[in-house]
Design a protein around this ligand. Sequence first.
Ligand SMILES: *[C@@H]1O[C@H](CO)[C@@H](O)[C@H](O)[C@H]1NC(C)=O
Ligand SMILES: *[C@@H]1O[C@H](CO)[C@@H](O)[C@H](O)[C@H]1NC(C)=O
Length: 270
Amino acid sequence: MAALITSLFAGMVSLLIALVDAKQPYTKFGYVGLTGPAKWGSLSPDFYACSNGKHQSPINIVKKDAIRNPKFEPLAREYKLANATLVDNGFNVMLRMESDGGMLRVEGKNYTLKQMHWHSPSEHTINGIRFPAELHLVHLSDDGNFSVVAVLFQYGAPDPFLFQIKDRMKQLAKEVYMGDEAARVPVGMLKTKEMKKSTHKYFRYLGSLTTPPCTENVIWNVLGKVRELSKEQLAELRAPLNKECKNNSRPTQPLNGRHVELYESEEHVR
Ligand SMILES: *[C@@H]1O[C@H](CO)[C@@H](O)[C@H](O)[C@H]1NC(C)=O
Ligand SMILES: *[C@@H]1O[C@H](CO)[C@@H](O)[C@H](O)[C@H]1NC(C)=O
C-alpha cells in the first residue's frame, strides 16, 4: 500500500512537471465523450483526484455567500519582463515562462509565475453566469504548491496583452499539432506588467487544477474585475486547439462545505 502511494505520488509529481512544462506527453484527455471531464478519473490512476477529490475546481461563486475576510490584503504581484514560449497543448493554449516571470505573494508565501493559459468559455461562474473566457496565471511555490490567479473576460475591446502576441498566435495556429508533440512558437521577452492590474477585489478559495491530474490544495484567486477581449481574439485562442477541446471548460464542481472568501479594498466597498 505504502509502495502504491509512493508510486502514485511520484507519478503525480512527474505529471505536475509535465503540466507546468508541457515537455512530456501524458494521458490524453478531452472535453467531450469518452475522454470528457466525467471520465477523467478513469483515464489514468494519476487522475484519481479528478473523480475522487473533494476540493475540486472550478466552482460557481455565489457572491452573497462569499465571506469578506478583513485579514486579506491586495494581491501582491511582482511580475517581470520574461522570455516566453507560446505552446499549443491541444487542450489549451499556454504561454510558458522560460525565465523568471516574477512572483505572487499569498499569505506570506512566494509563488513564481510559471505559465498562463486560457479556457473558453469560462470555468468559474459568478452567480451561475458563465463568461466567454477565463485566463489562469499559474504560480508554483518552492515547496510544490500552486496558486492560480483567474481573470474572467467578457466580449468588448481587444485585450492589450493578447494583442502583443497576436502574430505569434497566428503562427501557432499554422503549426500542426503532432500527436503528443505540442506545437511551440518562441515569443521572446514578454511584458506581463499589464497583468498586475485590477486586484482591488478577488474571491479566494481552496481548490484544484481544472485539468488532469486535478491536483488539490491550489489557492485560487478569482479577480472580481471582469476584463474585455474581442471576439476575434477568442477565435484566435481557439483556432489551434483540437476539435474536442474547442470548448475547454470543466463543469463546476461541488463545494463540499468549502467557503469562498472575499477581499475588497475600502474604496471599492464605499
Ligand atoms: C528564450 O528561451 C528559448 C527557449 O529556452 C531560447 O531558445 C531563447 O534563446 C531565449 N531567448 C531569449 C531572448 O533569452
Ligand atoms: C462548454 O462547456 C461548459 C461546461 O462543461 C458547458 O456548460 C457549456 O454548455 C459548453 N458550451 C458549449 C458551447 O458547448
